[in-house]
Design a binder for this molecule. Structure first.
Ligand code: HEC
Length: 256
């Protein structure tokens, strides 16, 4: 109706009733001509297919809407908090396993130089595997960890001449964990040595080596007897409780 001449002048001037006008339009342009509803049939077929296929899919995978589909074979329900009744079941991970896995996390600080394998980088960073400093008593390790080393420094017959950073900004717990980790993971310890270093032992090391300023030289570290151990009770590997210490047999794993 864009053109001026197509306008219904009669209508505009009010000479024709609106009802009459619509009647004529309806007569000439009937709504929904019969027999031409094929588009509707296509929609119907597609919709039915979607329903049938979708329903089949749902039926075959939803397992009858049972909640067991969310539970796989390896699922283990978390133990319910116990009120201390007699048949309390405690799923206990051995203390040493947690201590070692925490130690492995702290060891992330070391892998840039000593590598995840503990083999170091030849000529640059010394190995921890096969190192006489890792296998021996724990006093030297405590000193190394707290104050670092200024090369030249000999490990397994090779000389390294860099700087081993001090780690005294780590907590006693983290230092104890990482030293335990490198001793048990990379060392070849004598059978009577569990390799475990406790928080108490690192506390003792802080006292023992507190007069040191700056990183150690090789000569200073060699002056600490090779077989010397940091003082402190050993712990039960299952529970983390101190062994052979009557009065203060509290947990060795908890700081503070
Ligand atoms: C920036 C590199 C670097 C990082 C990081 C580093 N070290 Fe070292 N480390 C050295 C170097 C270099 C030496 C050898 C001494 C030297 O040349 O000063 C050494 C020596 C040692 C030694 C004694 C020698 C040996 O190979 O047994 C121990 C033990 C050790 N590091 C443990 C660690 C631990 C544990 C960590 C992580 C908490 C760590 N280091 C992080 C560079 C590093």
């Amino acid at each position: 109706m864009a053109h001026e001449e197509e306008k219904n002048i009669d209508y505009e001037r009010g000479r024709v009733s609106t009802v009459d006008l619509h009647d004529s339009v309806r007569r000439e342009n009937p709504l929904m001509p019969g027999g031409e509803g094929s588009a509707g049939a296509v929609v119907l077929v597609v919709a039915s297919l979607i329903l049938i296929l979708g329903g089949g899919q749902l039926f075959s995978t939803a397992n009858g809407f049972s909640d067991s589909i969310y539970v796989n074979d390896n699922y283990q329900p978390a133990p319910r908090p116990s009120l201390g009744g007699e048949d309390e079941v405690v799923v206990q991970v051995a203390w040493i396993e947690e201590w070692m896995s925490d130690g492995k996390k702290v060891y992330n600080n070391c892998i840039a130089c000593h590598q995840a394998s503990g083999l170091g980088i030849p000529g640059q960073f010394p190995p921890l595997v096969g190192s006489e400093w890792v296998d021996g008593g724990t006093s030297r390790l405590g000193a190394i960890m707290l104050h670092g080393i200024n090369g030249p420094f000999k490990v397994a017959g090779q000389t390294y001449n860099q700087l081993m950073p001090a780690w005294n900004n780590l907590s006693d717990e983290k230092i104890a964990q990482v030293v335990t980790y490198i001793r048990r993971e990379f060392g070849s310890l004598p059978t009577d040595d569990e390799g475990v270093v406790t928080i108490d032992m690192i506390k003792a090391a802080r006292d023992q080596f507190s007069s040191q300023t700056g990183p150690y030289t090789e000569a200073q570290l060699l002056a600490i007897p090779e077989g010397e151990f940091l003082p402190g009770s050993s712990v039960d590997l299952e529970t983390g409780e101190f062994l052979n210490s009557g009065a203060d047999a509290i947990e060795g794993s908890v700081e503070g």
